[in-house]
Write a protein of this length. Structure first.
Length: 362
């Protein structure tokens, strides 16, 4: 049967995760509708991805913008509900763990429309993080749980979710493999040192009271540091009066699109980040990663020491140690070249079986 799928995106990671799935939907002749909530609206955080990925064309843009979690989620819920009522999809597809994710899942569930969650089952077990709340709630109201790793399936089983679950792999890994040649061909506009560290810092906890110490530590690192700066981080540095001081020591650049960022990451000696997606990208490119967080949802990356959790005051010391050691990586960790096809086929199977049961009354 043909599906009518409403895919909901809104933040930078969403665009990257959804691009190959939307392509797979179209290849299998399903109806694909794309809704952009506008959670990220800066050109380099959102619009650029519609230019990089030809299958990403927003049919709707809610233009929600920034605000508190309650404001963002509430505005998204109202807008998404209208689109669902108008388009009448038989499945709503939501990726990741953003406010866009939970808003899409809740709106669909309240209207009795099936929800499929891409990257289901991830857990950091830190409910102080809004992303963790979003993950848990989305998983528990989803009808189809699409897991990137076996650990994610185990996490769901601990919470009593053992059916409607599939191990499909990671769409970001699939995209990285498919785009290898395009990434290699990209010419960066900045001159790179022979060795450098790539840093990204954007999470609310790190852009609060910890930001001063994080910047102090990055400045102390002996290797050059290149930092594509998130709008939230830049705003906070300006408020603290630290932006000019930081730019004297670090190479601060504007956020990059997927292809440029991937090229920059491939060239780095070490990655320092608080991003979930960047941890994975560093891992499958076999680049050591220092994660400035107390925990991670990608716990598999910690097992060989290829990813290390650190507190802000330990960043420079850890970077010095990591620069001198060799790390090992499990090349099979993230799985499949055909993740998107696996996702679409599993949705076909689940939606078709559900409709058959409804028709027969069984």
């Amino acid at each position: 049967m043909l599906l009518r799928v409403l895919s909901i995106v809104g933040a930078r990671p969403n665009f990257i995760k959804m691009a190959p799935i939307i392509q797979a939907l179209k290849q299998r002749k399903h109806e694909s509708i794309l809704l952009h909530t506008g959670q990220h609206y800066d050109f380099n955080m959102a619009t650029i991805f519609f230019k990089e990925f030809e299958d990403l064309k927003a049919d709707y843009n809610l233009g929600v913008g920034s605000g508190t979690h309650a404001y963002q989620t509430g505005e998204m819920l109202k807008g998404i509900e209208k689109v669902i009522l108008e388009e009448e999809p038989n499945v709503v597809l939501v990726p990741g763990d953003t406010n866009t994710t939970i808003a899409g899942a809740l709106a669909a569930t309240k209207l009795h429309v099936k929800v499929a969650h891409v990257e289901a089952g991830l857990r950091s077990y830190d409910k102080r993080m809004p992303e963790e709340i979003n993950r848990i709630l989305t998983d528990h109201c989803s009808d189809i749980l699409l897991c990137p790793t076996q650990t994610a399936i185990t996490n769901l089983a601990k919470e009593g979710i053992k059916e409607r679950v599939a191990l499909v792999g990671d769409t970001m890994y699939e995209l990285a493999l498919k785009f290898q040649n395009r990434i290699e061909e990209i010419k960066l506009e900045i001159t790179l040192p022979q060795e450098f560290i790539l840093a990204t810092i954007h999470r609310a906890k790190n852009v609060g009271e910890r930001l001063g110490e994080i910047m102090k530590q990055l400045i102390e690192i002996e290797l050059p540091v290149i930092m594509p700066i998130h709008p939230r981080t830049k705003k906070k540095l300006l408020e603290l009066g630290l932006y000019e001081k930081v730019t004297e020591k670090l190479k601060i650049i504007e956020p990059l699109g997927y292809l440029e960022f991937s090229k920059l990451l491939k060239k780095a000696k070490i990655v320092i980040t608080d991003s979930g997606g960047v941890q994975k990208e560093a891992y499958w490119n076999e680049i050591p990663c220092i994660t400035v967080r107390d925990n991670t949802e990608w716990i598999e990356t910690l097992k060989t020491g290829a990813n290390i959790l650190v507190k802000p005051e330990k960043i420079a010391e850890t970077a010095q140690k990591v620069a001198k050691k060799r790390c090992s990586f499990d090349k099979n960790l993230y799985g499949f070249l055909n993740t998107s096809e696996r996702i679409v086929k599993y949705m076909e199977e689940k939606i078709e079986n559900k409709e058959k049961k409804q028709l027969t009354g069984s």
